[in-house]
Design a protein around this ligand. Structure first.
Ligand SMILES: [Zn+2]
Length: 100
């Protein structure tokens, strides 16, 4: 009986890189850059070759992550504003002459 295999939706497959290993589902820590920030995602699903270490990431998980990390998504709350310090307390712009 091979009941346990039904728990994994995807079975290990031969590695297309080294042709020697098997690429197996694992959870890894995924690293990606979001602008200047390095994002680490623990427990990320991936397939890893047990011989050459080639990694393939779960497409659905990547898509999900891209939604989470979409720069347009959390813009208002997540953005640093470093370049906005130049607001001098200057005199207001000249009014147009009103004596006509
Ligand atoms: Zn391999």
């Amino acid at each position: 009986m091979t009941v346990d295999e039904t728990l994994l939706p995807i079975e290990p497959y031969p590695c297309p890189e080294c042709f020697a290993g098997l690429v197996r589902p694992r959870v890894i820590t995924y690293f990606t850059w979001l602008g200047q920030e390095l994002i680490t995602v623990p427990n990320f699903p991936a397939w890893v070759c047990d011989v050459c270490g080639k990694r393939e990431y779960d497409e659905q998980a990547i898509a999900w992550l891209n939604i989470l990390l979409d720069p347009n998504a959390g813009k208002s709350t997540f953005k640093k504003r470093k370049t906005h310090l130049r607001a001098k307390n200057h005199t207001p712009p000249q009014r147009p002459a009103l004596d006509s």
